[in-house]
Each structure stands twice: as structure tokens, then as C-alpha cells.
Ligand binder design. Structure first.
Ligand SMILES: [Zn+2]
Length: 206
């Protein structure tokens, strides 16, 4: 797309890098940014810059946070003996929205997927195993998407912590097999955490 302004062209190129945004939509958005008051566009730019520069990952659970330890981990009324293992921060948000879970989280940052070249080493698994070894944790709830990659990841972690006294459970399969967790409705998701089943029994079913 040749444009009369190189500056506009550059902005369109950058915007079109975003997922789901083609060149035409990018142009529409860029022109919108030009049309709205300058201040508003600059607020957007500043928000993106600040988010990129200042956001952190919680030292304890790897959730997104503005400070070293996230609000959930820092909350003394949460049950630190109960850890819900999730794939990414969107799952934390989805489960928090149910309002039914009072334990803590551990964000893996993805799931084991040999096809995509993601091995256990690229995920936050070591810190989870260390957490289990401290003896504070009584139960791990695997709340990964019920896909093959999710199951592989659950099983890998299960093997890593075998021999410890920690109970492992997996969310009840009210979530349709193959569904991504973040798309589950809150009622279904909340219910599947409350009705979780021992991880071993989910292995036998497979
Ligand atoms: Zn945290």
C-alpha cells in the first residue's frame, strides 16, 4: 500500500503487526487516531509504553503484576496450600471472575508442545516443583485446557512431583474436550474447579 505520507505508512505497518489486524483495518485505525484529538492518541501511546516498560511478572506465581509480588499472592486471606496450575494469565483472570477459588495460582506460560518447539524448559515448571518441595502446598489443581498438550503438561508435572505428599487434582471435565479454558463460561469454569477430581482417576479415564 503506497501512501502519500511515510509517517502514516509506518504507523499502518506497525498496527498491522497486531493479531487479527490486516492492512485495511490498520489504515482505518491509523486514520481514526489522526482524526481524534491529539491528546487521546498520545494517551494510548503512553499507556502502551508504560505497560511495556513497567509491567512485571509476579516473583511467586508469574502472573502479570505492577509490583514484585502480585495482589493475589500478597493477599493473606488466600489459601497458600492450594495451587491452581494454569497456562497463562488469561486463565487466572477467567478463574478469578468465577469468584469461587480462594487458593493461589501458578502460571506456566504455555504448555508443552513439541510441534511448536515448546519443551518443559521454556515453561515455569522448575519454580512450581520448588514450591511443592517447600511443604506448604497441600494440593495442586491442574486447570490446563483439556487438549493433548494440556494433558502432556499435566502428566509431566505430575511425574516431577511424584513422591511428595501433595494431592493432585484436575478440573472436572464440564469443559468440553479440546476447548480453550479462557472461552469457558464462568459458571462452567467455577463448577469444574469445585468438582475437581483426583488427577490419577483422570489418567485411568484416558
Ligand atoms: Zn503472584
Amino acid at each position: 500500500m503506497e501512501m502519500s505520507s511515510k509517517l502514516l505508512q509506518k504507523a499502518v505497518e506497525e498496527i498491522s503487526q497486531l493479531p487479527g489486524i490486516g492492512k485495511r483495518t490498520a489504515l482505518r485505525l491509523a486514520l481514526h487516531l489522526l482524526k481524534q484529538p491529539q491528546e487521546q492518541s498520545l494517551h494510548l501511546a503512553e499507556a502502551i509504553k508504560k505497560m511495556r516498560e513497567e509491567i512485571q511478572f509476579c516473583r511467586k506465581c508469574h502472573n502479570i503484576s505492577d509490583v514484585e509480588v502480585c495482589e493475589i499472592c500478597a493477599n493473606p486471606s488466600r489459601d497458600e496450600s492450594l495451587i491452581c496450575v494454569v497456562e497463562d494469565v488469561r486463565d487466572v483472570m477467567a478463574i478469578e471472575n468465577t469468584g469461587l477459588f480462594k487458593g493461589l495460582y501458578h502460571v506456566l506460560g504455555g504448555k508443552i508442545s513439541p510441534i511448536d518447539g515448546i519443551g518443559p524448559g521454556q515453561l515455569n515448571i522448575t519454580t512450581l516443583v520448588e514450591k511443592v518441595r517447600t511443604g506448604v502446598v497441600k494440593e495442586l489443581i491442574f486447570a490446563l485446557s483439556p487438549t493433548m498438550e494440556g494433558d502432556t503438561t499435566n502428566f509431566y508435572i505430575y511425574k516431577q512431583i511424584k513422591g511428595s505428599d501433595v494431592v493432585t487434582s484436575t478440573i472436572a471435565r464440564g469443559i468440553a474436550v479440546g476447548d480453550e479454558l479462557e472461552f469457558a463460561d464462568e459458571v462452567t469454569l467455577g463448577r469444574s474447579i469445585m468438582h475437581r477430581v483426583p488427577f490419577e482417576s483422570s489418567l485411568k479415564n484416558n
